[in-house]
Design a protein around this ligand. Sequence first.
Ligand SMILES: [Zn+2]
Length: 447
Amino acid sequence: MPDDEILIRGAAAVVTMDGARREIAGGDVLLRGGVVAAVGQGLATTGEVVEAAGCVVTPGLVNTHHHLYQTLTRAVPGGQDALLFGWLKTLYPIWGRFGPEEMFVSAQVGLAELALSGCSLTSDHLYLFPNGARLDDTIAAAEEVGLRFHPTRGAMSIGESDGGLPPDALVEREAAILEDCIRVVDAFHDAREGAMVRVGLAPCSPFSVSRELMRDAAVLARDKGVMLHTHLAENDEDIAYSLAQFGCRPGQYAEELGWTGADVWHAHCVKLDGSEIELFGRSGTGVAHCPCSNCRLGSGIAPVRAMRDAGVKVGLGVDGSASNDAGNLVGEARQAMLLQRVARGADAMGVREALEIATLGGARVLGRDDCGSLEPGKRADVAIWDMRGVEAAGSWDPVGALLLCGPSRVRHLFVEGRQVVRDGAMVTIDLPRVVERQNRLAARLMG
Ligand SMILES: [Zn+2]
C-alpha cells in the first residue's frame, strides 16, 4: 500500500548504523508498514513526504535504564546532594505515598521527555508498588505516548526490619513478587519481531532482595524467555556491601546466581574490575551506562572504553529522574562521550561511537535485532534532528555537530512508522495537560 509510505527526503546526512556505518549525504529513508523499506538517494513515493533538508537522520535512540515514576520526585531538597544510600532513604517515604495515578502520569511525563530527546525505545525499572500501583499503569502510559517499551517488573523484599534499606511498607513477599512476575509476562510480553512491549524481570539490586529471589527470578526469566535486569556495582558502597555480605565482588555474585548472559543487562557497572569486564564480554552480558546519574550521585566514571574494547555490549540510560534529574537521551550521549574523555583523554570516545552506543548499542543490550539501525527490514524508528538552529550554526560536520553542539530536542520522531513528535512537539498526547496534572500530583506529595 503506497499510501502507508512515508519518505524522509534530502537529509544533510542519514546515519544508518548499518554494518559499514554508512552516512549518506543528501540521503532519503523510505518507511512502509512499520519498517524501513529503503535507504539511499533519490527515492520516490506516492505517500507522505517529510522534507529533511538541513537535518541529520538517525535511528531512534534507545534508553536502557530508567525509573519513570521518579519524574515526580525531581530536585527534592533532601536528596539533591546526598550519596546513593542517603538519597534512597530520603526518597523512600515519598515514593511510599504513590499509587496508580502517580505511576501513570509520571510515566507519561518521563516518556514524553525521552521522545522529545529522540528516544524511540525505552526500558523502565519499576520496583515498588505501593497503594495498588502496578506495572500495568506504566504500560498504559507507554501505549498512549507511543514509544516502544520494555518495562521490567522490579522488586524489593528486604525491609528495614530485616537489615535492608527500604521501609517495610515498600517491600513485598517473595512469593507474591514471583506470582506477579508471571502475571505481567503472560499479560504483556510480546516476543515477536516488531514488538511494542517486552517485559523483563528486575529485582531492584542485590542489596534489596534475597539470594533466593535473585536465583528464582533468573530461573523464571529463562523459563519464560524474557530478559533480566538489575543495578550492579554502582559505587564504592555497593562493592563494600557485596564483599561484606556475600564475600565476593558483584560480578561473581551475579555469575553464581545465573545473572550473566546475553539475556541479562546490568545498570551502572561503574566499579567493575578487569576480570568482571572480561566476564561480561565473554558471556554477552549487557551494561546500561548512566553517565549523568553517575555524575549526579558522585558514583564515579564507568570504564566504558575498557568495556567496549573487551566486547561488552553497552547502551545508555538516563536513569531515574530523581538521580539525573533530567531525562534527555541525546544529552546523555554527549555526557557519555565527555565523561570518557575526562578519564582517558580527548581521543577516548568520538561522536560517532557515542551515537552508536545510543542507538545500535542500546538495541543490542535490549535484545532487539530489529531496532537500532536504518536498514531495509528494520523497524521504522527514526529521529530527525534539525541542524539549522542557533546551537549548530557554523558547524562543518552535521553528524559531529549533533553531539558537540546540539540540538537537544528532536524535530520529528517516528516509532514503528507512526509520528510521535512533529516539529518539536508531542502529537500523541496533550503534553501541557499532562505536565499540569503532574505538577498537581507533585504539590499534593509535598503536602
Ligand atoms: Zn537506576
